[in-house]
Write a protein that binds this ligand. Structure first.
Ligand code: ATP
Ligand code: MG
Ligand code: MG
Ligand code: MG
Length: 469
């Protein structure tokens, strides 16, 4: 079995042999970019190179980039524990060409790596191309020898990437692995494509145009390449498991949480162990990159993820803080590849323990209130917004935590009602003299972020599309 560590280093050395500079992952907190919540793709650190403001020599690079998708445009928080393929934190392997090689080489490298070095059987692979991209279609035929029905044309924005409203853009091509007919789900482009049978492993972006402010789209004289492959997804394929949470790394983390929590990862407990392992990674890595829990901005997203994990630990019977006891094994697993994690271990543990201690004071009572409130409810019902608001306001339950708690029972939250209560609170806070920008109580920041939804929260959403492969 190829370990996750070996897959990571095999990927990087494959591209190094092809003249790529191996560049370290950048921080999860994007440098000089207050508009992007967290680094969510490998290309983020190269944005200025793609737009021509910066040059790199050699004009090709390979990375394994730490990514967090738990807010903003790419929010996979609600997928964790429910799909086989989503994490809030993951490593994105990528190769990049800055005006150097283009489509043909990018497809050739990708195909040689996965079918040559990695030895994947060709008949398990299929690809998508942008509907109008005949060039990519023909190249896949020529290089990979795939039959027409395994080169699926997709006309939606899923296969057309844009850095922002203006700037570099172009078609993309995604490589999928078929995990077998016993798993529900259809091929990309089909009505049941959201299942987990066909899993997207690698996305190749062909940056060949520039979108101009007036609406024109011109061809770039020197097109570029940006690719991203989920390390945990390719590891699942190479380790012969379907679910990302069954790869060696997660097995080690979950073995450890089973022991620390004295709870077997089976039945209903399985999803909780997976959520805990995932959230342990995202919260620890965020703290290693300098994010601290707080009531606003990035720090609040961190706190939300922590609290979700803590509720799952509570479900597994934890009555005392446990998250900090899981950090050591994470450092064992990932501290060599990411030394910043090892350096921050002590402070991560201390912060997690303090946060969990604090949240445990209200968690039990909040859950009791939730139980009481849902007593007369049945599947399909929505919890009154006012109750969700009380849970949030009095017990520190972020809205998404309440939603997560209800999901297992098939219930939702009346979000409109929640927002109304929030708005009322906000008015009161304003009347009481809290100006925006002042360090207001938790509720005021929440109000802006959650009542307004993603669109009005300019701070982090101005650059939709950015850093998304
Ligand atoms: P999906 O459609 O499965 O959500 P995506 O199209 O959003 O994936 P991209 O933005 O193309 O993903 O990112 C490039 C690669 O990163 C994907 O092909 C996948 O292998 C990996 N990836 C994306 N999101 C996640 C995630 N939440 N957890 C683990 N790997 C991911
Ligand atoms: Mg996605
Ligand atoms: Mg996709
Ligand atoms: Mg994709």
């Amino acid at each position: 079995m190829t370990s996750l560590r070996d897959i990571r280093s095999n990927f990087l050395s494959f591209f190094e042999k092809q003249g790529h500079a191996v560049v370290p992952s950048s921080s999860l907190v994007p440098k000089d970019d207050p508009t992007l919540l967290f680094t969510n793709a490998g290309m983020v650190q190269f944005k200025n190179v793609f737009t021509g403001q910066e040059r790199r020599d050699p004009p090709r690079a390979a990375t394994t980039q730490k990514c967090v998708r738990a807010g903003g445009k790419h929010n996979d928080l609600d997928n964790v524990g429910y799909t086989a393929r989503h994490h809030t934190f993951f490593e994105m392997l990528g190769n990049f060409s800055f005006g150097d090689y283009f489509k043909e080489d990018a497809i050739d490298y990708a195909w040689s790596l996965i079918t040559g070095e990695f030895g994947l059987p060709k008949d398990k692979l299929l690809v998508t191309v942008f509907a109008e991209d005949d060039e990519a279609f023909d190249l896949w035929k020529k290089i990979a020898g795939l039959p027409d029905e395994k080169i699926i044309r997709i006309g939606t924005s899923d296969n057309f990437w844009m850095m922002g409203d203006t700037g570099p853009c172009g078609p993309c091509s995604e490589i999928f692995y078929d995990h077998g007919a016993d798993i529900p789900g259809g091929p990309p482009g089909s009505p049941d494509e959201d299942g987990d049978r066909f899993i997207e492993i690698w996305n190749l972006v062909f940056m060949q145009f520039e979108q101009q402010a007036g609406g024109d789209r011109i061809s770039l004289p020197k097109p570029s390449i940006d690719t991203g492959m989920g390390l945990e997804r390719i590891a699942a394929v190479l380790q012969g498991v379907h679910n990302n949470y069954e790869i060696d790394l997660f097995k080690a983390l979950i073995d450890n949480s089973q022991e620390v929590l004295s709870s077997k990862a089976e039945g209903d407990a399985l999803a909780s162990h997976r959520v805990i392992a995932d959230h342990l990674r995202s919260t620890s890595f965020l703290m290693a990159d300098g994010v601290t829990p707080s009531n606003e901005g990035r720090g609040y997203v961190l706190r939300r993820i922590m609290r979700r994990a803590m509720r799952h630990a509570h479900l597994l019977g934890a009555t005392e803080p446990v998250m900090h006891r899981l950090v050591g094994e994470l450092v064992n697993q990932m501290g060599d590849a990411f030394p910043e994690l090892r350096r921050a271990q002590a402070s991560i543990e201390a912060t997690l323990e303090a946060e969990e201690e604090r949240f445990q004071r209200t968690l039990g009572r909040g859950l009791a209130l939730l139980d009481e409130a849902t007593m007369g409810m049945k599947e399909g019902d929505a919890l009154p917004g006012e109750t969700a608001f009380k849970l949030y306001d009095t017990y520190g339950f972020p809205l998404d935590l309440t939603q997560d708690a209800l999901r297992a029972r098939g219930m939702t939250v009346d979000e409109t009602g929640f927002n109304t209560s929030m708005e009322r609170q906000r008015e009161m806070a304003r009347a009481a003299g809290f100006q925006s920008g002042e360090a207001a109580p938790e509720t005021v920041w929440f109000a802006v972020k959650e009542a307004a939804g993603e669109t009005d929260f300019l701070g982090y959403t101005q650059t939709e599309g950015e850093g998304t492969l």
